[in-house]
Design a protein around this ligand. Structure first.
Ligand code: AMP
Length: 643
């Protein structure tokens, strides 16, 4: 049974147009590999003369090649994927964008010609360029894993034809890798989310994969056909694909650059009748402007506004704030173009889909971080898209899942139809409130109401936790998000509804809604990623071992929170209305406040130093002793209201 393991792991590779990644399936989950700080490798190769290297030429791969591409355009190859398995006639439309020379090779195949330092030239096939990238990824994987790697699953776009797929296999062979399977990128994205990896995969489940990168856009509609019989894996049928090979985040950078350039021109006193030519800017300025544009774009994915400040020359500074609203109206036509392609893909898939929609939408590619993209895609398909996994890594992760299935490694992974560990949120005092308890079946849903513990809190942090223990420090944080923009209210007044929803694929959506202000925020995660059966068992054992201690600790944490609220509330009223009480009652209350306060103080420094029943009894006694004071305060405030 273990035979495949002896050959070393099978890795999963996302061989992308702009970036490439390698991942592995280990301990029940896929993981992107990293070595020497590199995990995302730019798919760029520069050729340098080196008498010591085989053939006298040495390739430089990745970040260095990308960073200096503008300096050495004639010997830097990027986007080789666009040429893979294509003839020169197929790629004619791409040529103006490539920056290097493309020539006709054997059988009319496109290949690149690079001009070296001494003016000599050399032809390289796209397979060779891709092989150089794959070799680098193989080395990265070997360093990260500390063992030889000889086999890989490699992903390709769903629309790749046979000769493009064959060229990809050839590139693998040149890199010394046996390509055990070629997988469609959208299929890999679905596998990364666990779709189709369960024994109970749903017949006919349909998935749209929306992949918006830097320079390309693809949308695919897939249908899942579960395997016949035991142990097999499901099969994804590509119902349709659509897209645009010249549409991506770069266009957005360009829109911003045009805006800046136009305004800078205006600032310099050249109102040039509206029209201007960006190419009249020197290349270094254009590059700097593009970097400014990209950074503003990325910041606007998080913030409501972003600003740039460009020193044009001595005494002349261009400063500009771009708001999310302005940005969104600028990019609306760009987003709508992608939706046009989604419409075409859905129409083409109709004959298989009937009138139904898709069951899941997966977002892939860095540009899907733009909130307007997420929102419009969700509206278009009528379903909230999956965003739990990093859109830059999801394809590589899925390739690793496929590799894990092929090597038998993934069969021991967690079944997703039960939720193996409890899910909850952090509450005051570092305790955990569990919303979904372990062994619930997916899909599962739970909601709970919370409030604030401090007056005037305008934002609430929500820490999403997994585990069986009672305190935050003994659980695993799956993510934190913030609900902000809440108007200041006294402690306990905000009404925060938190909803947990685990769907059939095991993806958890957490939504928080403050009812009084209407503010909402949320988070998506895949709780089972990174969990193995062994780990789940260990966590269970620990929770039994600590059960009693944990219960006490949780109780103390809750008592501290509630007692502190009481102390504050009663203390304030005693200050205001204490003179309306008889002396004995006032003294008694003061004594009790002091004693509860001391216990809370001690419990805060060391929870073991206070007996929970004693604290509970003291708090209850304080509450009882304050009844008269509460009555006075109510009648006083009613009287105030009458005036
Ligand atoms: P990819 O080709 O998938 O690596 O995607 C790269 C594109 O994603 C580039 O255009 C990036 O500028 C864009 N991108 C990366 N991060 C963000 C972000 N936080 N917000 C908006 N766009 C982003």
């Amino acid at each position: 049974m273990n035979a495949p393991q002896e050959k070393g792991p099978i890795v999963g590779i996302d061989l992308g147009t702009t970036n490439s990644l390698v991942a592995v399936f280990e301990h029940g989950a896929p993981r992107v590999l990293e070595a020497r700080g590199v995990s995302i490798l730019p798919s760029v190769v520069r050729y340098e003369q080196d008498p010591a290297a085989p053939g006298g030429v040495r390739p430089v791969v990745g970040e260095d090649a990308k960073a200096r591409a503008v300096e050495f355009p004639a010997r830097t190859i990027s986007s080789a994927k666009r040429l893979m398995g294509r003839s020169i006639d197929d790629v004619r439309a791409d040529l103006p964008y490539l920056g290097y020379e493309v020539v006709r090779g054997e059988y009319g195949q496109a290949r690149a010609r690079v001009t070296l330092e001494d003016g000599s030239s050399r032809e390289v096939t796209p397979q060779e360029v891709s092989a150089t990238i794959l070799r680098e990824l193989r080395g990265l994987a070997e360093s990260a894993l500390g063992r030889d790697v000889g086999r890989a699953v490699v992903t390709v776009p769903a629309y790749f034809d046979d000769s493009q797929r064959q060229a990809t296999r050839d590139a693998g062979r040149l890199a010394g890798l046996e390509v055990v399977r070629i997988v469609n990128e959208p299929t890999a994205a679905a596998l990364a989310y666990g779709i189709g990896t369960r024994a109970d995969a749903r017949e006919g489940e349909t998935i749209a994969v929306y992949d918006l990168g830097g320079g390309t856009f693809d949308v695919s509609v897939l249908r899942l056909t579960p395997s016949e019989g035991e142990g097999g894996t499901s099969f994804f049928q590509v119902l349709s694909t659509s897209g645009d090979t010249r549409l991506g985040g770069d266009d957005v950078d360009h829109l911003l650059v045009s805006l800046f350039a136009r305004e800078i021109r205006g600032l310099m006193g050249d109102d040039g009748a509206g029209e201007f030519d960006l190419s009249s800017f020197p290349p270094a300025t254009r590059r700097a402007l593009k970097a400014f544009g990209e950074s503003v774009k990325c910041r606007l994915s998080e913030d409501e506004s972003a600003s740039v400040r460009i020193q044009i020359n001595e005494g002349l500074v261009y400063e500009r704030v771009v708001t999310r609203d302005e940005f969104e109206s600028m990019i609306t036509p760009w987003v709508e173009r992608t939706l046009g392609a989604c419409g075409r893909a859905m129409r083409d898939a109709r004959e298989h889909l009937g009138d139904g929609g898709v069951d899941a939408v997966i977002l892939v590619g860095g540009s899907t971080r733009v909130p307007l993209v997420r929102q419009r895609v969700g509206e278009f398909f009528g379903i909230e898209p999956y965003t739990a996994l990093d859109p830059d890594r999801v394809v590589a992760l899925g390739a690793a899942v496929q590799a894990g299935i092929l090597s038998g490694e993934a069969t021991g992974s967690l079944l997703l139809d039960v939720i193996p560990l409890s899910l909850g949120v952090e509450t005051a005092g570092g305790a955990v409130a569990k919303l979904i308890v372990r062994n619930s079946t997916a899909p599962a849903r739970a909601t709970e109401m919370f409030s604030t513990g401090v007056d005037g809190q305008t934002s609430i942090k929500i820490n999403v936790l997994q585990g069986e223990r009672e305190m935050v420090e003994d659980c695993r944080s799956l993510g934190v998000f913030e609900l902000s923009g809440i108007p200041p209210m006294p402690a306990g007044i905000p009404q925060l509804e938190v909803e947990f929803l685990v769907d059939a694929n095991g993806v958890l959506r957490v939504r928080a809604h403050e009812r009084r202000s209407g503010k909402r925020a949320g988070l998506q995660v895949v709780p089972n990623h990174g969990l193995t059966r062994d780990e789940v068992e260990r966590i269970e054992r620990e929770s039994y071992a600590h059960a009693r201690e944990d219960m006490t600790r949780h109780r103390i944490a809750d008592l501290i929170t509630n007692s502190s609220l009481d102390l504050k509330w009663i203390g304030e009223r005693l200050d205001r209305f204490g003179d309306k009480l008889d002396r004995a009652s006032r003294d008694d209350l003061q004594k009790r406040i002091k004693s509860v306060g001391e216990m809370v103080g001690r419990a805060r420094t060391d929870w073991r130093s206070v007996e929970p029943n004693a604290l509970h009894a003291a708090k209850e006694a304080l509450d009882r002793a304050s009844v008269r004071l509460q009555e006075i305060s109510i009648s006083e405030s009613l009287r105030d209201g009458e005036r």
